[in-house]
Design a protein around this ligand. Structure first.
Ligand code: ZN
Length: 667
């Protein structure tokens, strides 16, 4: 195997290593394998530098030195085996890259500054100098050497403190500070030279590793899992399709590509550990890899100016520790991104200590945020087609069933509700005039029989289906029907409203939207449904009676407020009281500025004592959120909240109605 060329400068690779370091003790052996951790660090990789005029480039040559310095200062290097660096050969680079790409990068070693600039500009986010090509070969070759040492049992595991990084480099394209895809080449190298068949690559760099994904997109023996910021596809590298959770691999590689795309910044230890427990570890235990490679960028670390995530060194230690249990301990971490010099140093040190089996700092309680839980469930929904160990398992009814054999459960329950409301209160289905909603909400809207003919107060009560207490058979999603129950706390509210001599329009929304887009769509449809009911049944009798609006559930409260904002004039004129119980939804809907004074005086927005809004209480809460009151209880399932709030809600409404001046029509 011929090297492309030698070092362009005379440089002592040991210059950053303590000259008087004591000789390394002999590695200990277990079953013929070393139990020691190796590392690779070569200061010559700092020669790749930005000469295009931007001094503050984040891919700073000092990055590798900072990590090395931290592990050396902590005394780790004394207990580790230093693996010698070397350049990757053309043959090795060719395991992933095209001949054309390799020669284009190699050609930059003798270019003029202006030509270097022109080549760099032809890529997305690349800088080049005459040492870049050499450093990229050194970065890649050194990782291969470290992998070789692990695969042959010379060391147990290792950390490659290398640059330039690699995971954005595609087979025929450099990009995102990456020239050659170090980790992808290492995976192929291990397969080819060491007969290791199955490789697991975890990419926890905050960016999607488009290059690595592309290299193995149809490969059934390389599982590539990336956990990255996505931000609706706008976060670098900015391909909304490639980085989405729906990209699962192609052909024989279907299910072997796993993207965990965070929708926003601010993801920290809880979110990463949750992803490990729910997706990464179950998949990798099912896959049973022969070798684990980590694209260990530290730009998701707390303090990173680009990633804006919050992962602490403790979490990096825990993640490394979990991965170390796999593949007989054969794991190599390779540096990718990470742009806060202090954050990458402490994060790299935590990973190294975990590889050395030093004690790992304890984590704070793992409580993932809502955006994380939603993302994880989206990934599981699609990946559970390919991985039996992912739960809950999702499935769609087979297309072979006859159309009439597939009955949506919401339809079954609507039949039950229609019957229940009629039997109990003689309530009837309210015809809807708009054919657009007729099909969707046809069975959802009921009213007391005399609703249009009396002056009694009219309640408009909008709520969900209640919740199910269910039990499934094993890991399948076949319910044990005899062990399942519908917890229908709204029935109590219906009894309470009608029992106090009021009229009622009851609207049940049988949807549980999961994504933000689904919630937005549902909000619009329910707001339009409310407007339709308002125009046909409420407005004509509006001034003659008290009208009370009661909404339960996050999206339903959003819909109610959207409707009120649209009809603000009539609402302020006709409605006497409005109660919103948004549940666990973090966003409290806002009325228009014009409606806010009226809203503040006529509303109760009941939120749990531990709702995030109370953390913002020191900020001036705008009147547009309404009269926000504490529920007196911490967050709990909506049905439990409704049960607890039942008497309180009715006292609040009655007190409000009594405090209002008499209606003009009743004077
Ligand atoms: Zn990155």
């Amino acid at each position: 195997m011929a090297a492309v060329s030698g070092a362009p400068f005379a440089f002592n690779p040991d210059q950053d290593v303590t000259p008087n370091a004591t000789p390394l003790p002999q590695p200990t052996q277990v079953d013929g394998r070393s139990t020691r951790t190796g590392y690779i660090y070569d200061p010559r990789m700092r020669l790749h530098n930005n000469v295009h005029g931007d001094d503050g480039h984040p891919e700073d040559p000092r990055r590798i030195w900072k990590i090395f310095d931290a592990i050396q200062a902590a005394g780790c290097t004394k207990r580790m085996v230093r693996i010698r660096s070397r350049e990757a050969t053309v043959e090795e680079l060719s395991l992933i890259h095209t001949e054309d790409h390799i020669s284009r990068i190699a050609g930059t070693s003798e270019m003029s500054l202006s030509d270097l600039f022109a080549v760099a500009e032809s890529y997305n986010s690349i800088y080049l100098n005459n040492s870049s090509s050499y450093c990229a070969r050194l970065s890649c070759g050194s990782l291969l050497e470290l992998c070789n040492a692990v695969a042959t049992g010379q060391i147990l595991n290792g950390v490659a403190i290398i640059r330039p990084p690699g995971h954005h480099a595609e087979p025929d394209e450099a990009g995102g500070f990456c020239l050659y895809n170090n980790v992808a080449i290492a995976a192929r190298y291990l397969q080819k030279n060491h007969g290791l068949k199955k490789i697991f690559i975890l990419d926890w760099d905050v960016h999607h590793g488009n290059g690595t994904q592309k290299a193995f997109i149809d490969d059934p023996n390389v599982v590539y899992c990336s956990i990255h910021r996505y931000d609706k596809g706008t976060f670098f590298p900015g391909d909304p399709v490639a980085a989405a959770y729906t990209t699962v691999g192609e052909g024989a590689g279907r299910g072997k590509n796993i993207n965990i795309p965070w929708p926003c910044p601010g993801m920290g230890d809880s979110e990463y550990i949750y992803a490990f427990h729910k997706i990464i570890m179950p998949i990798v235990y099912e896959f049973v890899p022969d070798f684990v490679l980590v694209s260990a960028g530290f730009d998701a670390a707390k303090g990173d100016p680009i990633g804006e995530n919050l992962v602490t060194p403790a979490a990096y230690g825990h993640m490394t520790h979990m991965l170390k249990s796999l593949a007989g301990g054969k794991i190599v971490l390779a540096l990718e991104g990470g742009y806060n010099l202090n954050s990458i140093a402490v994060s790299g040190l935590a990973c190294t200590k975990a590889l050395l089996s030093d004690p790992i700092e304890a984590l704070q309680p793992v409580i993932p945020n809502a955006a994380c839980v939603q993302t994880i469930h989206q990934v599981i929904e699609i990946q559970s087609q390919y991985w039996k160990s992912l739960t809950p398992t999702y499935s769609k009814p087979s297309e072979e069933y006859h159309r009439d054999s597939i009955v949506p459960l919401a339809k079954v329950l609507n039949v039950y509700r229609t019957e229940f409301l009629y039997e109990r209160h003689r309530m009837i289905k309210l015809p809807l005039s708009n054919p657009n909603y007729e099909a969707e909400f046809m069975d959802s809207v009921h009213s007391t029989p005399d609703m249009c003919f009396t002056d009694k107060p009219l309640y408009i009560f909008v709520h969900g289906l209640g919740h199910f207490q269910t039990r499934a058979l094993g890991n399948s999603n076949n319910l044990r029907i005899d062990k399942c129950a519908l917890i229908d706390t709204v029935a109590q509210y219906v009894d309470g409203i009608i029992g106090s001599d009021n009229e009622l329009i009851d609207i049940m929304i049988p949807h549980s939207p999961a994504t933000d887009d689904d919630k937005e769509l549902l909000k619009e449809r329910v707001a339009a449904l409310l407007a339709d009911i308002w125009d046909n049944y409420v407005s004509p009798t509006g001034l003659k009676r008290r009208i009370v609006l009661l909404a339960v559930g996050g999206t339903i409260c959003q819909s109610m407020v959207a409707f009120m904002n649209e009809r603000q004039k009539e609402v302020a004129l006709f409605v006497s009281c409005i109660v919103l119980i948004p549940g666990e939804d973090e966003t409290i809907p806002l009325v228009t500025k014009r409606l806010s004074k009226w809203y503040m005086e006529h509303s109760f927005v009941v939120v749990a004592d531990d709702h995030p809004i109370w953390e913002r209480i020191h900020e001036p809460i705008t009147a547009r959120v309404g009269n926000v009151v504490r529920s007196g209880k911490p967050m709990s399932p909506l049905s439990d909240q409704l049960l607890y709030l039942y008497p309180i809600t009715f006292v609040q409404i009655e007190d409000k109605l009594k405090s209002l001046p008499p209606l003009p029509s009743l004077q």
